[in-house]
Design a protein around this ligand. Structure first.
Ligand code: NAD
Ligand code: ZN
Length: 391
């Protein structure tokens, strides 16, 4: 089959690879009908995520049709149309039972690598390096999915692929980011980054009761999309964001601030686990993470900083003095996608959210290298690329 594979920094290529096989009785094979490129994939491309190996199949936003199930799969059968949440839940451990599925204790067979870096391991993630399990990803014609009963989510009839594809990741991610702000009626929320995650955070903040949302970015088409979602906007290439946010909020600063940027692409990635320390040193020598530091400084006293943005190394520079003395709360994490699927599907069915709004590019899998390039550099007005593995 065809798949997008990582062949080093800035080298995402399409290759012929063996078809996936059922390896465990709880597995299911999905024929992928739609898959997307995520801001998190750019961190792989940049070499920021340790433990990628040449030839790894990438992609964690994918859906399709079940074509084969293992002997212990009970809830799904051949022919079912499903979306596949990006974090893998075993469905049984303490974390999964509590709905904290992105922290599953049993889905990362390489937990020891993550434990060496961070003390404990998050859940396994499709197509996201060996530190999160080394699972083959879904930017491919077929994908092996694991713990199928606990993970696959049946698509309700009448909804198109494009309407539900982003339930795999960015829509719940934007929603959880907004939920983490604990919005009280009428609050003002600022969102750094108006990429797909930031845009869905803006939309979700309104759904959860925000009075005002302020989106910050520097690409006109992204700022325009933020305004279409109902936000006011600040162009950080043109304006001093801290001063402007203060001015817009009567001197206080926003009640909560979302960092929907994460690791910024500066081409300083290294890629291998052995070099994690070197990578950390580079981060500490730079002024990154820029948006996160700005979020802490801009937030009002006693407010919340919500961080869906992905960080991956051992350490980052954080202004802890401001954080402590302003009495801030921080909430973050990979998204517990599973817990938001019913509520967000309802919003889609009711028409409260139209996730297709953000799609600017529809391409075949063969065009993935180009798609990665325009999504990384925000060229051609690119906001979100959806790939068809069979085009
Ligand atoms: P993206 O690259 O399309 O969007 C990032 C946006 O941030 C861009 O529009 C960029 O112009 C803007 N930006 C960069 N520096 C900025 C700054 N200093 N101030 C304001 N804006 C700035 O990516 P995306 O797909 O929207 O993803 C955003 C982040 O969310 C990434 O770090 C990604 O890894 C992360 N993510 C996290 C989860 C999760 O589970 N927590 C899931 C998906 C994505
Ligand atoms: Zn993603």
């Amino acid at each position: 089959m065809k798949a997008v594979v990582w062949q080093g920094i800035n080298r995402m290529v399409v290759e012929q690879v063996p078809d996936p096989q059922i390896l465990q009785p709880t597995d299911a094979i999905v024929r992928v009908t739609a898959t997307a490129i995520c801001g998190s994939d750019l961190h792989l491309m940049d070499g920021y995520v340790p433990s990628m190996v040449h030839g790894d199949i990438v992609g964690h936003e994918f859906m399709g049709e079940v074509v084969e199930v293992g002997s212990e799969v009970r809830k799904f059968k051949v022919g079912d149309r499903v979306i596949v949440p990006f974090p893998i839940s075993c469905g049984k451990c303490w974390y999964c039972q509590k709905g904290l599925t992105s922290l599953c204790d049993n889905s990362n067979p390489n937990a020891q690598i993550a434990e060496a870096m961070w003390g404990h391991s998050p859940a396994g993630i499709y197509g996201y390096s060996h530190i999160t399990g080394g699972y083959a990803g879904g930017q491919a014609q077929f994908a092996r999915t694991v713990f199928a009963d606990a993970n696959l989510y049946k698509v309700p009839e009448g909804l198109s692929d494009e309407q539900v594809l982003f339930l795999t990741d960015i829509l719940p991610t934007g929603y959880m980011a907004a939920e983490h702000c604990d919005i009280q009626g009428g609050d003002t929320v600022a969102v750094f980054g108006c990429g797909p995650v930031g845009l869905f955070a803006i939309k979700s903040a309104f759904l959860l009761g925000a009075g005002r949302v302020i989106g910050i970015d520097r690409f006109p088409e992204r700022l325009e999309m933020a305004r279409r979602m109902g936000a006011e906007t600040i162009d950080y290439g043109e304006e001093e964001v801290f001063e402007r946010l203060k001015e817009m909020t009567g001197g206080n600063g926003p009640d909560s601030v979302i960092d929907a940027v994460g690791l910024e692409s500066h081409g300083t990635g290294i890629g291998g686990l052995a070099d994690a320390v070197k990578q950390t040193t580079r981060v500490l020598e730079s002024d990154r993470p820029h948006a996160f530091r700005s979020a802490i400084m801009a937030c009002r006293k006693g407010g919340t900083v919500s961080v869906p943005g992905v960080y991956g190394g051992l350490a980052d520079k954080i202004p802890l003095g401001a954080f402590m003395n302003k009495g801030l709360t921080m909430k973050t994490g990979q998204t517990h996608v599973h817990r938001y699927l019913d509520i967000l599907t309802d919003h889609i069915v009711r028409g409260d959210i139209d996730p297709t709004m953000i799609i600017t590019h529809r391409l075949g899998l063969d065009d993935a290298p180009h798609a990665y390039k325009i999504f990384k550099h925000k060229h051609e007005g690119c906001i979100k690329c959806v790939l068809d593995p069979w085009a």
